[in-house]
Design a protein. Structure first.
Length: 179
């Protein structure tokens, strides 16, 4: 639940900042054709699929809060909150329209078409599917590399400083003397 709350705050801040920047940069209205092209790009990259869980997550939080207050009425609470959540579900289209408007103001129609074309291609789909895995592996490699660089930088600097000032500086853990 804490993760979801953080995601919600991040999402809200991102949308507000994006809308503000996009609006400031290009204050013109967008056409229906631009919105359609932006929707195509958004669909291709799955830019709004992470938002599918917002309403169900909020409904679960509301249920939990109400059930804590009235635990003997869990069935009624679940039924009412589910009913209200379903009634609010059509408002998801408002978020899609806002996202499309932001994309339409941020990218030209040609750029949006190129984005959609690329991400609908086999290599674009592969990038979407396997890109996060590759990114995670690159991050692991960078951490290992940084640890090695840190070790070597401390060791070699410690050796040189030991020769210059006679004692290893604090913070090298005595690694310079162990070598």
């Amino acid at each position: 639940m804490i993760k979801f709350a953080g995601f919600g705050r991040t999402l809200a801040a991102t949308l507000i900042v994006s809308a503000g920047l996009a609006g400031a940069a290009k204050a013109q209205d967008v056409t229906d054709e631009q919105i359609k092209t932006a929707r195509s790009a958004i669909d291709a990259i799955g830019a709004t699929t992470n938002f599918d869980n917002i309403l169900p997550g909020l409904a679960n939080r509301v249920k939990s809060t109400f059930v804590q207050a009235s635990p003997n009425h869990e069935a009624e609470i679940n039924a009412v909150v589910d009913e209200q959540a379903l009634a609010l579900a059509p408002r998801r289209a408002d978020l899609e329209r806002e996202a499309a408007t932001i994309y339409a103001k941020t990218f030209t129609q040609e750029e949006l078409k190129a984005i959609a074309d690329f991400y609908n291609s086999p290599v674009g789909k592969k990038l979407l599917a396997d890109g996060p895995i590759a990114t995670r592996e690159v991050m692991k490699a960078a951490e290992i590399w940084a640890a090695g660089i840190d070790r070597d930088l401390r060791t070699e600097s410690g050796k040189k400083l030991d020769a210059i000032i006679g004692t290893p500086p604090a913070g090298d853990g005595g690694e310079a003397q162990q070598q």
